[in-house]
Design a binder for this molecule. Structure first.
Ligand SMILES: Cc1cc2nc3c(=O)[nH]c(=O)nc-3n(C[C@H](O)[C@H](O)[C@H](O)COP(=O)(O)O)c2cc1C
Length: 388
């Protein structure tokens, strides 16, 4: 096994082992990719305040996210097509999260179905919901998540329409991949990936195929999204979903304080400050820059989480120091999965945990629950000094 010391090591191996179509799908942002890039580079503008001669023994990163015990405040974000990055990918990622003691979030657009993941894991996982026009399908989705003992749902509100990622269109992204001369030539070089895919029956959208009506081509992500997703989603409908589900609801995809207040108003139990990893509105603020204004707007009235751009335990620690109660990683665990399956996801979590733990100690803290903005140097105007 190669020596892995950072998430970038996993990304490099992932790039070699997974077909280009799926690597590009993960490693892209929309349009010019400005927001995708700034999600990560804006973390570098925050500096830590190093402290010395503080007792750094007996450290703990254990805390809670929506009342659930977690080994560190880092959950796995919902990532569509995870089962195309590696055969049975959602099951493998969920198992790694369970063993590590962090939440796994299953995407509506997963390859392994809700039932499949429930059957192959024992820790309860969160289920991410995209809102579709078909109300019967939505009700069944909630019923299925309930039957699988999912303790919370994550409603994603920033994907009524799909941001354009140029490479997905050029590559003809689909699940399973369409067989063209270029895709076959590329897949032939990904032996381990190919053997895994030949050995599994899970190659289609497990929560969609056989469950949603009127879908003509579920393999094509962009066509299917345009057909089935509900562009008219509004706050009343989200309130209705809360009733249909009847349990804890996390709203994902908030960047602006006004929307955070709306989420509070419809009864969300937590919100995720997120721009979908820079995959939707290019030119939106990075999540880490958007976070402080959202926190100021909602205060302690709701738990605030964040994602987008986290590639290290230091990034996650900065988000926690800013005031987030939890963070999520999307690409960072996907790199691990594509590189080395379940073991790779475990490795990604270990790397992030170690970086978080050691950096916390350097900042003079032994308990993640005591970390706050005082460990950071925050440049003036970091959150923006805008005209409007
Ligand atoms: C390949 C990929 C697929 C994604 N699919 C979904 C999805 O199905 N549902 C969702 O709510 N978010 C989805 N996201 C967004 C992630 O949940 C998360 O917001 C994002 O990955 C965070 O940014 P990061 O990748 O920089 O950590 C996806 C992200 C990626 C990279």
């Amino acid at each position: 096994m190669p020596v892995i010391t950072e998430i970038e090591d996993l990304r490099r191996i992932y790039a070699r082992r997974v077909p280009k179509m799926f690597y590009d799908y993960a490693e892209s942002g929309s349009w010019s990719e400005q927001t995708f890039r700034e999600n990560s580079s804006d973390f570098d503008k925050l500096y830590f305040r190093q402290r010395v001669a503080v007792d750094m023994d007996n450290r703990s990163t254990r805390t809670k996210m929506i009342g659930q015990d977690v080994a560190m405040p880092v959950a796995l974000a919902p990532v569509g097509l995870t089962g195309m990055q590696c055969a049975d990918g959602e099951i493998k990622a969920a198992r790694a999260a369970e063993a590590f003691g962090v939440p796994f979030t299953l995407s509506t657009m997963s390859i392994c179905s809700i039932e499949d993941v429930a059957e192959h894991t024992s820790a309860p996982f969160w289920f991410q919901v995209y809102t579709l026009k078909d109300d019967d399908y939505m009700q069944r989705l909630f019923d299925r998540a309930r039957a699988a003992n999912c303790p919370a749902i994550v409603i994603t509100v920033d994907l009524q329409v799909l941001g354009q990622r140029h490479k997905d269109l050029k590559n003809g992204l689909s699940a399973p991949p369409k067989l063209t001369a270029a895709s076959i030539a590329n897949m032939m070089t990904k032996v381990q990936w190919g053997l895994g895919m030949l050995g599994t029956k899970r190659r289609f959208f497990g929560n969609i195929v056989g469950h949603a009506k009127g879908v003509t081509d579920p393999s094509s992500l962009s066509t299917w999204t345009a057909e089935a997703f509900d562009p008219s989603l509004n706050w009343d409908r989200i309130r209705q979903f809360k009733k249909m589900w009847g349990g804890p609801m996390i709203i994902k995809g908030i960047i602006e304080p006004e929307d955070a207040l709306q989420a509070l108003n419809v009864g969300a139990d937590a919100i995720i400050v997120s721009n979908h990893g820079g995959r939707q509105l290019d030119g939106a603020l990075s999540s880490i820059r958007a976070l402080p204004a959202v926190l100021d707007a909602v205060g302690d009235k709701i738990e605030v989480h964040m994602d987008s751009g986290i590639r290290s335990g230091q990034d996650a620690l900065k988000a926690i120091a800013m005031g987030a109660k939890g963070t999520y990683i999307g690409r960072a665990f996907t790199y691990g999965l594509g590189a080395m399956g379940e073991q790779g996801v475990t490795k990604a979590l270990e790397v992030i945990h170690k970086e978080m733990d050691i950096s916390m100690a350097f900042c003079g803290h032994t308990d993640i629950n005591t970390v706050d903005r005082s460990i950071l140097h925050i440049p003036k105007g970091f959150s923006g000094d805008w005209e409007t």
